[in-house]
Design a protein around this ligand. Structure first.
Ligand code: PMT
Length: 404
């Protein structure tokens, strides 16, 4: 997938810059034509000569280092790259790109680029969690930048926490996944649901659940990266939707049912990652319910099962449901697959640390009619989404003719 691709490898100034050399070497060995751009600070950590030797191309640092009078280097580099990888990406380099600052060869090239950009952040955990960095990352993700999340472990500053650069082989795998999937779902319409539903009790209270929408938003992002035309029906979530995805905001299970049923006929794939309420208050009070007595008994009534409704109406669509379980995961997943007439069920054991609701990671088992089809270990939700979408694309083309 990587052989013959022209890539810019941007190395910025953190201690993990030394891992940029291993990444450069792996990409070159895989047959990529790697053009390294370093920031001046990166050159404090590792010499340009190392990267020049590994990439077999000149290393660019200074915007004014114009060696070929026939071209403007940063424009030429941006125009000819299939992908730009920034690894390690410091908080400063992420902030510059998020805010459109361009004061060296790498940042000017990033602004001039129309190709995809993959960013692998590396920094101290408090920096990574700082609201400014979080917001810059969200801004870039919303514009379509891809991220390889940092790992957890010993940081150079002495902390044992999240922030270390993803291993070069994991970055290479993400690049391979991206090239493998790019454009594969062009012309396909994918409907994703995400987040929790809100079931009103009165004007100030509602029943909901712990879903953050992160899993569903990551799936929408992965599907869109593969060229699909994506509609995201989003319940309660504060996540920023990926650029180019059509977002339909809903509150209750009934709203979600309406939005999903309307979009269903023109859809090729439906992925139901939302956590939909099974019950809602039988009476929605117009005024705030006042306190009275020691106990309050709420009467709840069943909501419509959206997935099962789609299962009944299914024609050509590939229907993918989720199952959030805390016990007998395989048994309940297979039961849901059959009962709701799904093609695949993505099961997460939400009793396990780091799995399911809220956090940035998930681990899932994917079941088809014959049983377990794939297991994805604890990974970032973005990585789970990429692998899941690759599997879904395989299933789709196995049915309706191959598209590699
Ligand atoms: O949003 P995050 O914080 O990232 O968390 C991700 C997640 C844990 C929400 C996600 O990975 C997940 O498991 N989503 C499904 C949660 C759920 O409601 O599971 P369930 O086993 O109760 O429902 C099974 C399936 O039926 C789901 O696809 C659900 O969307 C669907 N359903 C359920 C009830 C209902 N009334 N209508 C439905 O369509």
């Amino acid at each position: 997938m990587i052989a013959g691709k022209r890539m810019i490898l941007g190395i910025t100034g953190g201690i993990a810059a030394y891992k940029g050399a291993a990444l450069c070497s792996k990409l070159t060995q895989a047959g990529a034509d790697v053009h390294v751009m370093m920031t001046a600070s990166a050159a404090q950590f590792i010499t340009p000569l190392t990267l020049q030797t590994l990439s077999r191309n000149p290393v660019l640092i200074d915007t004014f280092d114009e060696r070929d009078p026939a071209v403007v280097t940063h424009i030429h580099q941006a125009d000819h790259a299939d992908l730009i990888v920034v690894a390690p990406a410091t908080a400063n380099s992420i902030a510059k790109l998020a805010n459109g600052l361009a004061d060296d060869m790498l940042s000017t090239t990033l602004l001039a680029a129309t190709c995809p950009i993959l960013i692998a952040p590396a920094m101290n955990v408090h920096m990574y969690e700082h609201p400014a960095v979080v917001s810059n990352i969200e801004k870039l993700a919303a514009r379509g930048a891809m991220f390889v999340e940092p790992g957890t472990g010993q940081l150079a500053c002495g902390y044992v926490a999240k922030g270390r650069l993803a291993e070069p082989e994991d970055i290479v795998r993400s690049i391979e996944t991206w090239f493998a999937g790019s454009g594969r779902l062009r012309g396909k319409r994918v409907l994703v649901t995400a987040g929790g539903t809100m079931e009103r009790l009165d004007p100030v209270r509602y029943l909901t659940n712990d879903s953050s929408g992160k899993m569903g938003f990551a799936i929408a992002e992965a599907a869109q990266r593969m060229g699909a035309d994506v509609t995201l029906v989003a319940g309660r979530s504060t996540e920023t939707p990926p650029a180019g995805v059509q977002v339909v905001r809903v509150a209750s299970a009934a709203d979600m049912l309406e939005a999903v049923v309307e979009a269903f006929p023109g859809t090729d794939v439906v992925i139901k990652a939302a956590a939909v309420a099974d019950y809602r208050p039988a009476i929605v009070h117009k005024q705030k319910v006042k306190k009275s007595g020691e106990k309050l008994v709420l009467e709840l009534e069943r909501t419509t099962d959206i997935l099962a409704t789609l299962g009944e109406r299914k024609e050509h669509q590939l229907l993918v449901g989720f199952a959030a379980e805390t016990e007998q995961v395989a048994h309940y997943a297979m039961d849901k697959l059959k009962r709701k007439n799904c093609d695949l069920i993505v099961a997460n054991d939400v009793s396990k640390e780091g799995v399911g609701f809220n956090g940035d990671t998930n681990a899932v088992d994917v079941y088809g009619p014959e049983g377990l089809e794939a297991s994805f270990p604890l990974l970032s939700k973005r990585e789970v989404a990429s692998r899941l979408m690759a599997l879904i694309a395989d299933r789709l083309f196995q049915r309706g003719g191959d598209r590699s």
